[in-house]
Design a binder for this molecule. Sequence first.
Ligand SMILES: *Cc1c(COP(=O)(O)O)cnc(C)c1O
Length: 373
Amino acid sequence: MSSGQSPSDNPPAVLTIDLDALRANYRLLAKTASGARCAAAVKADGYGMGMIAVSRALAGAGCDCFFVENPGEGVALRAALPDATIYIVKGYYCDGPEVFLHHALRPVLVTAGQVAGWLEVIAAQGPLPSILKVNTGMNRLGLDETDTRALAADDSAMKSLSPDYLMSHLAFSEDPDHPMNNQQRRKFDELRSLFPGLPATLAGSGGVMMGSEYHYDMVRPGVGLYGGNPFSGRPNPFAEVAHLEGKILQLREIDSGDSVGYGATHRASGPARIAIVGVGYSDGYGRGFDNRGTGILNGIKVPVVGRVSMGSVAVDVSECPTGSIAVGDYLTLLGHGISLDAASGASGRSPYELLTSLSQCTGRRYVGQAEGV
Ligand SMILES: *Cc1c(COP(=O)(O)O)cnc(C)c1O
């Protein structure tokens, strides 16, 4: 190591996050849903891209409303963005309201019990904002229809609650032609009619791209912001945000019949050159890539061989001309020629899983103009 250089200047695993691409994706989504407010889902550490950096960049692009999973994330985000609207999608499940009150967090109320609990808080504290989430067929979080109708009929409860939005979530937005989307939208409209004048929100990234009838008053895209394709088997309209690279730590020649890695799941069919790259499943490059991943080195596609280890992966670089590669070179494992869709197809993991796993990557850096930060 040369003097003045710390090991972190040159880490074995590097995730580069393109904030310009992130902002371009936000603008595309906001423009597509131009009649609606465009919020951003930044839960799961900003889908693995770093919640704070991502949220600041989005705020710089005009986003003023963020969805996170739990109050802990909300507290961290509040410290970075004092003026943003922050919704907690798991809702008011805590023992007490203090964290919501002290950090101006707004729950997405998802059960009748949560609504009752939040109404008690309002009775003690005065008016407090929230979202009311109803089930329209996904059967995940959300008030069921009976509870929704009972609440809608309770004028005094609705007057106290006075939620910001009525919300639901699509179960099949990965396929815009699936009839379930229309069914859920019709059920949503039916339930919406019980709450005259209440603004509404239904769409994540897929819903945004499905047409204006899904946009209502606010949209809440996540995966598309980070370059993930909301639709399976169709072209991806979004710009690539994540680029994962690993450093070659060792090069070795092996002979026909030699095995590589744990469990000896790969055997060379002839003499081969193997690069050991410093990215493993502890960096978010998961076991789904065992014998199925692809790297790119100097523009040449090279296969992952054997099992992915905790901190390294083996790649057969026999195709690369001798002398063209060396220990210390970086090899691409995701992005820059390996699309999230291709990696998803190879590994059997959804783009969502691939992205969020990358939150574990030890060497994270950002590129792009950080406007408004
Ligand atoms: C995660 C999430 C979204 C974002 O969905 P994408 O498919 O990633 O765009 C929207 N709404 C809610 C409630 C979510 O939890």
